[in-house]
Design a protein. Structure first.
Length: 611
């Protein structure tokens, strides 16, 4: 059964409000006034917010040390209620306890937050806004907030150390009524309620991006004081931003961006500089992670400096040292996906993606953060560098499935996929990723279209599988290089081999057109170009070559000009077509067309048409 709010507190509130006593006549008004001078202040909002509050559900876990205390469940309920009494007028937030459950944990209390997060995972769509762990009291009284609880910016977990009864009463010496006073017990209860509630509020505010405050009477100060009664107005602004975002279902990246913008656009001298720097670093870390398509939780603030040092070691090739340092850090944070991802990426550099230990380290990231595409992108990119196209595709396909479910950062993640596919020369996969990411204006789309036009590989072609497109392009390019080097017999052998693997490929026919033309076999050249265009009417090389062939005959000059114009339309970077067309216009004395072409050439290539 829940205990009643201490009568002395009731008298204090009513008296300050100007009303009469509400606790009966068992104690004289003078006695009550004497007791009030020992009470901590009432928590209050300087400028109460109007409107109905919204509800945030909290899930409570209490370890065995807390559960051994008398009235532990009633005390926690009372503290949640008192915190809610401040948060409702402050930011329009009402706390509702979803459940209070047993927490089977032992050991170092400073690792409790990590254990809480690893044991009781909260998904983004979870009904609980916060998970709060109550940890056994210390043997001594402390005022340092870092000793009284733990929380991380934009986290959904917080821990609170229980009240250390004997040590706390000793610490209150001189701040309590005499031992013989009948008010002493109620004043002690009021101090317990105040301290535990202030610590709880401090930790919840930390998860909402609050920065430590310089005034010791403000709740977000680094040390607890029995004089604390509210948050600074500037802190309330940040809390309101974060609360609104969190209850509206916004991602951490969106909330982090709003908080960082608010902090940076309106600096304030009431923040402790070190905390200001630290919180901003975490917020920007969240923003950057979102841009990279990461969904896993950010690294703990306390570990950021070490992670930067580890990254520097890896950057300078000291990978063994970096991995050792990271393993040491992971003993304290064994389930942190950021650290595990960093280990994976370091090991992908050395000993490399083929090493079983590397793949095991990367697989661990997927286990910890199953919805995150980052590790698949990293492994896929590493496999692509080794030429393992099938392996790279398998990893990138997994990444694509996960990117499709991202609420934020998806566009940047798609761009990374597109970049890898472009590097592989995989035209279809590149275009598919552009379509899935709705990034039709991405420069990679134009590059893929140009490659298709230049080497006669129309989209949806049946003669080549997507995983062989790059090989086909390479084969055609190699044959053309032999032709330009006047190694015509070798070029013929190369094209014959390509024909066997990709029969009727337009790009191969266009290369044969080029080969026959240079060998002086004009009819064969025209026939080969016609075959290429029959298979792909946008084969720019075949259009260009056929235009050149048609210009040889005065009777087909107009047709040749049209082929060159078509080549330029589908492949604007084909400079040879521009220059040949200019010569055709000059030969026909078409000054207007030549001037227009010259202006377009200058705009396109940044230099005038050659004479």
């Amino acid at each position: 059964m829940r205990r009643a709010v201490p009568c002395v507190l009731g008298i204090a509130i009513v008296t300050l409000g100007g009303g009469g006593g509400a606790c009966g006549s068992s104690r004289s008004e003078q006695s009550a006034l004497n007791a009030m001078k020992f009470l901590p202040p009432t928590l209050e909002a300087a400028h109460p917010r109007a409107g109905e509050p919204r509800t945030a559900r909290v899930r409570i876990y209490a370890d065995s040390g807390v559960r051994a205390l008398p009235h532990w469940k009633e005390d926690i309920t009372e503290q949640i209620d008192y915190a809610s009494q401040l948060l409702q007028p402050l930011v329009g937030l009402k706390l509702a306890i979803e459940s209070i459950q047993e927490w089977q944990r032992t050991g170092e209390p400073h690792g409790a937050l990590r254990e809480l997060a690893e044991t009781y995972k909260v998904e983004p769509a979870d009904a609980a806004t916060w998970v709060i762990g109550y940890v056994a009291p210390a043997d001594t009284a402390s005022t340092a907030m870092t000793e009284l609880g733990d929380a991380q910016p934009l986290g959904r977990y917080a821990t609170v150390r229980a009240w250390a009864e004997r040590a706390e009463i000793e610490a209150l010496a001189g701040k309590l009524p005499d031992a013989q006073s009948s008010d002493r017990g109620e004043v002690i209860n009021a101090h317990r309620r105040h301290k535990q509630t202030v610590v709880l509020l401090h930790m919840l505010a930390t998860t909402l991006g609050a920065i430590a405050e310089v005034d010791p009477t403000w709740i977000q100060h680094v040390s607890y004081s029995p004089k604390q009664y509210t948050f600074a107005n500037r802190t309330r602004d940040l809390l309101q931003l974060a609360v609104d975002g969190r209850l509206s279902g916004e991602s951490n990246e969106v909330i982090a961006k709003k908080l960082a913008d608010s902090i940076e656009k309106s600096e304030w001298g009431g923040w402790i500089p070190a905390s200001h720097t630290e919180v901003l670093a975490v917020l920007h870390n969240v923003i950057d992670a979102g841009k990279a398509g990461k969904t896993f939780a950010d690294a703990p603030t306390a570990a950021l400096d070490q992670l930067k040092q580890i990254s520097e070691l890896a950057k300078h090739g000291r990978t063994a040292e970096a991995v050792t340092e990271l393993d040491n850090l992971l003993t304290a944070y064994p389930g942190n996906a950021v650290m595990l991802e960093l280990k994976c990426e370091i090991m992908l550099g050395k000993p490399g993606v083929a090493d079983p230990a590397t793949r095991a380290a990367c697989a661990r990231v997927s286990q910890i953060a199953p919805g995150d595409p980052t590790v698949h992108l990293a492994v896929g990119e590493a496999l692509a560098r080794t030429g393992d196209l099938a392996g790279a595709r398998a990893e990138l396909a997994q990444a694509e499935d996960k990117i499709a479910n991202l609420k934020t950062g998806a566009a940047d993640a798609w761009r990374r996929v597109i970049e890898i596919y472009t590097g592989l020369g995989a035209l279809t996969w590149t275009e598919d990723a552009i379509a899935k990411g709705k990034l039709e204006g991405d420069p990679a789309a134009a590059r893929a279209a140009q490659t298709r036009a230049r080497y006669g590989i129309p989209r949806g072609a049946k003669f080549v599988a997507p995983d062989a497109e790059a090989t086909l392009v390479s084969a055609i390019r190699g044959a053309l290089d032999l032709i330009y080097a006047n190694k015509l017999a070798e070029a013929e052998h190369a094209l014959a081999a390509a024909d066997k693997r990709w029969p009727q490929a337009p790009g191969i026919s266009a290369a044969r057109c080029d080969l026959a033309f240079r060998a002086g076999r004009i009819d064969a050249a025209r026939a080969a170009c016609d075959r290429a265009l029959a298979g792909d009417r946008n084969d720019s090389w075949a259009l260009y070559l056929l235009g050149v062939l048609l210009l040889r005959d005065a009777g087909t000059t107009s047709a040749g000009i049209e082929k060159l114009k078509a080549a330029i339309a589908v492949d604007p970077d084909l400079g040879q077509a521009w220059r040949t067309l200019a010569k055709a216009y000059a030969r026909g004395n078409n000054k207007q067309a030549l001037d227009q072409l010259g202006a377009a050439y200058l705009a396109k290539f940044g230099q005038p048409l050659p004479p």
